[in-house]
Design a protein around this ligand. Sequence first.
Ligand SMILES: [Zn+2]
Length: 470
Amino acid sequence: MTLPLGISFQGAARTVTGSRHLVRFGPRSWLFDCGIYQGHREEADRVNRAFAFAPAELEAVVLSHAHLDHSGNLPTLVRQGFPGAIHLTPATADLARPLLADSAFLMERDLEHVNRRGQAKKQPPRKPLYRPADVLPTLERFETHGYREPWPLAEGVEVEFWDAGHILGSAVTTFEFRSGGRTLRLGMTGDLGRYRRPILRDPDVPAGVDVLVLESTYGDRLHPPEEETVRELQETVTRTLGRGGRLIVPSFAVGRTQELVATLHDLIERRAIPDVPIFVDSPLARVATGVYRQHPECFDAETHDAFVNHGGAPFGFARLRYVSSAEESKALNEREEPCIIIAGSGMCEGGRVLHHLRYGLGEPRNTVLFVGYQAEGTLGRRLRDGAEVVNIFGEPARRLCEVAALDGFSAHADQAEILDWVGRLDPAPRRIFLVHGEVGPAETLAGLLRERVGAEVTIPAPGEEAALWS
Ligand SMILES: [Zn+2]
């Protein structure tokens, strides 16, 4: 008898946030990713607290990578009685520890503000999704597995991680199910990375996937060529430093900061930009950069060679000056010499970058450089859209500095890169489910995949279930 096998898409279905997919095999079930849903406060709170299954009955979680939209709701799951292990790569484990701790800390602090405001309006206090104390029991569940080292998840189920090339430790995962003399291989991309990027290896191609769950964030878009992005970065840095200004880069702590630093380091080595100090003013980015250093096994050949054989700091991490205390951070603003400051948060919604913006926006010599996506409604988006007056810490600030943006630093494969990667799967998957994308990009990609791969392509609705044996 063949056990029933199915998947239900409980998050990141027709959207890019809150990745969560439930795999059922006979009486057992596992969750693939348990990301936090980011959106308007009330809706997000509801989505994040409510699981459409009993966490106590779940056997295990398999995690694709450490980004919070894939890992950030794990403490809620543990709080609600999930008893099992969380399987992940060693580098993902090391990145997830500080990220989850930071997430719990920010949630608590954010809620203090909300409750203080609510108190004035006599509203009942809200409770955080989870607290810092919930993070430790979550971390204790971690069980690590290297790339290309298959392990048995349960009887008749074998799992394997493959390089995804997205951030340190990120994995494409395959599940091989065996029942009643039949075999099915299910591939889950998590977030698919890119080819020829600094530091990490290119996305790996797993063998023989029958059914593929594929991300589609940039299913309708192409990233600018790398040379163009590097040239624009070089020009922006040169222009800013040339007029004696500072470059302020709001940046995400994990992935983006390390790639940007590697690229700046390379430009300095080639004498394409002046050798000025690079300050990293983000405690989380400092920790994350440390984790990158601890995992040379994830590096591409070039970075690995430079790291292991040539002095240990090839991608510019030795060049960085870390800013520890808030006092040091403020003192940075007294500096007269040109410099580069990388600070969180990436969309300017909080963090130390706000101090640098408050001080730096009014100086025409400076540049604020965006290297990541700026969501609607954020301060980063308003600045990127050219606002001349913005509110910082509740006070209006006039912008006289330059604002620039580079789109080429994305850690997600674009349309061509997704098609290229799927095209390398041999044999081609017969069925593809598109997740982690808005409907528009997913539909464009679905059309191209039907045409080129000949697979049956579905864009599942939230909560939709599918049986997997054909
Ligand atoms: Zn990601």
